[in-house]
Write a protein that binds this ligand. Structure first.
Ligand code: UDX
Ligand code: ADP
Length: 467
């Protein structure tokens, strides 16, 4: 079997997955040329910004990698045709949001961007090209990509003799906020495919830094499904502990203690057991809804119902938090000032996709609350577009604070929704003096301890802590 020597890689999509993944590949493989292309010029300009604090995504450690690789063997551009035609390997790493209309709306993934990318590859590629699905996709999407590549191939008669493709699935398991570590020291790398030469070419790239035993090769469909299943299992764990958090509040148990007690059982494990305001991020909800949709499609309504409940529980958790705030503030927040600490869906990222903060903030604005929002990394523009219903109609009143103390000035309550490091160990004695009595802290991430607010006069409600 002749091996394929990959020299040039192109990645379509310079987002939260494509950007960090290609940066790490370029860093670990200095002999490879890696080009990341995107239709969004503004995003590409931001990736090329000399000021590394202005990269389009915030990810700890990413700036240092960009500093050593950009311009050396890592390039960001909008030159789709040239980058694809020169590449031996093309990663598709574009957005795959849940469909908002048409068949499967609200559940199935919208594959428009994947299809457009496949068509671009089919059109511009030269010779043999390995095409890799990186975005999370519904099971059997590789088949659709194969068909697009094949069909477009036949249309272009002149290239037909030389142009051909191998399609692989290589799902990304990075979590935002820890993406660099997850990429540099992955639990496993998963590669699905049928062409052994293409699989080996990709394995050889990862072997530059990942031990052989951690590279799992499967068929295409197992690889695609494993990604959906892994995210569904992780999300299910969060809904499980969140359901227990409500139980703890009702019974006087403490969810932290319960999580510790159950997590010491090796079969359960102690990771991913933090109760919170519900999971956000671009993957969990979308992937479960995908599973639900596909289960229905394959005639498995019980399976669909089972997984749908994980999303229902997540919605309920967000809903009940906003209702608790309402109830503790004497049943109304109309005209009351409330600070929101943390708007990203988790700490160490500026990503707000599916962030619980959006839904909870909108519900509070709907009730007439005046919000003062502080997040160390999320921009005003992002928050504004997330709360757009309230920005456009000018119904709700909210503002962005530049600091924690700025956010807490004159508020009746503070709602902590993201566990940013800087929210731990605050001087609550001082902050209490800025707040209006009777002041409340609603802590959904367990960042405040009871000792810290002792003698401050502040009331503390902690998610999952029964009284
Ligand atoms: C997830 C998967 O972890 C990753 O493998 C996949 O590639 C993409 O989706 P991500 O969404 O970036 O990654 O972050 P993750 O750390 O999984 O957190 C998802 C959400 O769950 C966040 O809102 C987080 O706050 C919440 N969460 C996580 C909890 O509420 N409790 C936990 O114990 C863990
Ligand atoms: P993810 O979290 O999966 O990386 P993002 O939304 O952060 O998702 O990034 C996806 C990127 O893919 C966006 O920057 C978008 O502009 C880009 N993109 C979408 N479709 C295409 C396309 N056909 N060609 C090039 N880039 C595309």
């Amino acid at each position: 079997m002749n091996s394929i020597k990959v020299k040039r890689i192109c990645c379509i999509g310079a987002g939260y997955v494509g950007g960090p993944t290609m940066s790490v590949i370029a860093d670990k493989c200095p002999d490879l040329e890696v080009k990341v292309v995107d239709i969004n010029k503004e995003r590409i300009d931001a990736w090329n910004n000399a000021d590394l604090s202005k990269l389009p995504i915030f990810e700890p450690g990413l700036d240092l990698i960009i500093a050593r690789t950009r311009g050396r063997n890592l390039f960001f551009s909008t030159e789709m045709e040239k980058s694809i035609s020169e590449a031996d390997m093309v990663f598709i790493s574009v957005n795959t949001p849940t469909k908002t209309k048409g068949l499967g709306a609200g559940q199935a993934s919208d594959l428009s961007w994947v299809e457009a990318s496949a068509r671009q590859v089919a059109k511009y590629a030269k010779g043999h090209t390995i095409v890799i699905e990186k975005s999370t996709l519904p099971v059997r999407t590789a088949q659709a990509i194969k068909e697009i590549l094949k069909t477009t191939n036949v249309e272009n008669q002149e290239d037909e003799s030389t142009k051909n493709f191998s399609v692989l699935s290589n799902p990304e398991f990075l979590a935002e906020g820890t993406a660099i570590n997850d990429l540099e020291k992955p639990d496993r790398v998963l590669i699905g495919g049928e062409d052994p030469r293409a699989v080996k070419a990709l394995v050889d790239i990862y072997l530059k830094w990942v031990p052989k035993e951690q590279i799992i090769c499967t068929n295409l469909w197992s690889s695609e499904l494993s990604k959906l299943a892994a995210n569904a299992f992780l999300a299910q764990r969060i809904s499980s502990i969140n359901s227990i958090s409500a139980f703890c509040e009702a019974t006087g148990a403490d969810v932290q203690e319960v999580a510790k007690a159950i997590g010491t059982d090796k079969r359960i494990g102690n990771q991913f057991l933090s109760a919170g305001p519900g999971f956000g991020g671009s993957c969990f909800k979308k992937d479960i809804l995908n599973l639900v949709y596909l289960s229905g499609h394959f005639g498995l309504p019980e399976v669909a119902k089972y997984w749908n409940q994980v999303v229902e529980m997540n919605n309920w958790q967000q809903d009940r938090i906003y209702k608790i705030v309402l109830e503790k503030l004497f049943g109304t927040v109309n005209g009351k000032n409330i600070a929101i600490l943390g708007f990203s869906f988790k700490a160490n990222t500026n990503d707000t996709r599916e962030s619980p903060a959006i839904r909870i903030s909108c519900d509070l604005l709907e009730e007439g609350a005046i919000l003062s929002i502080y997040d160390p990394k999320v921009s005003f523009e992002k928050i504004s577009s997330d709360l757009n219903k309230f920005s456009i109609n000018n119904q709700g009143i909210w503002n962005i604070a530049e600091s924690i103390s700025g956010a807490l000035k004159n508020v009746d309550a503070v709602l902590i929704l993201t566990a940013w490091d800087e929210f731990y160990g605050l001087d609550w004695n001082y902050l209490a003096s800025l707040m209006r009595s009777p002041a409340w802290i609603f802590d959904t991430r367990s960042v405040v301890s009871r000792q810290e607010i002792h003698n401050t006069g502040i009331n503390l409600w902690k998610l999952g802590e029964g009284s």
